[in-house]
Write a protein that binds this ligand. Sequence first.
Ligand SMILES: CCCCCCC[C@H](O)CC(=O)SCCNC(=O)CCNC(=O)[C@H](O)C(C)(C)COP(=O)([O-])OP(=O)([O-])OC[C@H]1O[C@@H](n2cnc3c(N)ncnc32)[C@H](O)[C@@H]1OP(=O)([O-])[O-]
Ligand SMILES: NC(=O)c1ccc[n+]([C@@H]2O[C@H](COP(=O)([O-])OP(=O)(O)OC[C@H]3O[C@@H](n4cnc5c(N)ncnc54)[C@H](O)[C@@H]3O)[C@@H](O)[C@H]2O)c1
Length: 309
Amino acid sequence: MAFFTHHITRALSSSTVRNAAIKHVTVIGGGLMGSGIAQVAAATGHSVVLVDTSEDILKKSTKGIEGSLKRVVKKKFADKPEAGEEFVQKVLKNISTSTDAASVVQGTDLVVEAIAENLKVKQSLFSTLDKVAPEHTIFASNTSSLPIADIAVSTARLDRFGGIHFFNPVPMMKLVEVIQAPGTSQETFNALLDFSKALGKHPVSCKDTPGFIVNRLLVPYLIEAVRLHERGHGSKEDIDVAMKLGAGYPMGPFELLDYVGLDTSKFIVDGWYQMEPENPLFSPSPLLNKLVSEGKLGKKTGEGFYKYK
Ligand SMILES: CCCCCCC[C@H](O)CC(=O)SCCNC(=O)CCNC(=O)[C@H](O)C(C)(C)COP(=O)([O-])OP(=O)([O-])OC[C@H]1O[C@@H](n2cnc3c(N)ncnc32)[C@H](O)[C@@H]1OP(=O)([O-])[O-]
Ligand SMILES: NC(=O)c1ccc[n+]([C@@H]2O[C@H](COP(=O)([O-])OP(=O)(O)OC[C@H]3O[C@@H](n4cnc5c(N)ncnc54)[C@H](O)[C@@H]3O)[C@@H](O)[C@H]2O)c1
């Protein structure tokens, strides 16, 4: 069995990794992003514990990771399928799973949080973990749109708290935005940059500004595509084709929204509306709200703007 339930005792005690490179990583949230982050961390030799709320979800996460790894090795080990299979098994052995975050952070150097895009839920998680995680453990959020400082304030380790924003699909997307909040120490920031590089990613530095770099530009574009369609000015199919063939995007805006997840997209737009209520771009979108209320959350549920079944 490639995946095993986490045992609290670890071979390496927390004190031996103090000030050393990040080796043990706890990823909280085994959805689209957490699974991808766990996968690339394990594939680059880190020991990873992946945490979610139920064994059923974690089973789905591990199945997804295995499927994604197989896609990766199909290319990387095209001429050596046996070596590819060996690599998959080696990576899977680096990942254990747990439903109890507080009990597994003891030996961790870094906690990467990738749970729902909801400030209160993220604060509650970090506040709990702050009381049990070792002193040296760095906390980082993969939030798409929330200020890192607002999440960090739930802990007493502002200096060891930063942002690490990955892109979907994590195994394919090279970029990581590393965010230095006002309280983030230079040491923590450097550790997150080094960790991103160790994953084979290309980090860019970013201040704690809403949407960081990519989403500051991407969110207005995506939501404006929905508005354009809601106004009856273009079908979603034509808008998608237009942006792929006319602007060179790999996916059209509706395909990308489905790929990101409509629940996550709604969380982001609603959050920005609260932040900037005078900006009509972020006012509630009837179409987005309808799809989410119907449980049509995009590719992950089999239907969003498009059907995938
Ligand atoms: C309203 C507010 C919304 C805001 C949203 C913000 C969200 C967030 O904060 C930021 C983001 O992430 S923004 C989002 C940022 N993201 C973007 O913008 C993404 C834009 N899209 C793209 O870059 C491309 O379409 C893809 C790279 C996804 C797929 O490439 P493609 O060529 O179009 O199509 P293909 O034929 O399917 O795949 C080809 C091969 O790629 C490989 N592979 C693919 N997925 C894999 C995986 N999961 N695992 C492993 N491997 C994977 C595999 O080898 C596959 O070959 P296979 O033989 O089929 O196995
Ligand atoms: N989807 C994207 O394209 C994308 C890209 C970059 C960043 N993000 C951000 O990453 C985070 C996760 O997004 P996602 O798309 O992976 O969401 P998702 O819905 O696919 O997965 C979230 C997972 O977190 C789990 N979870 C929720 N509360 C939890 C808790 N208290 N403890 C443990 N697990 C918990 C859920 O069960 C679920 O499996 C969000 O903050 C989102 O904004 C998303």
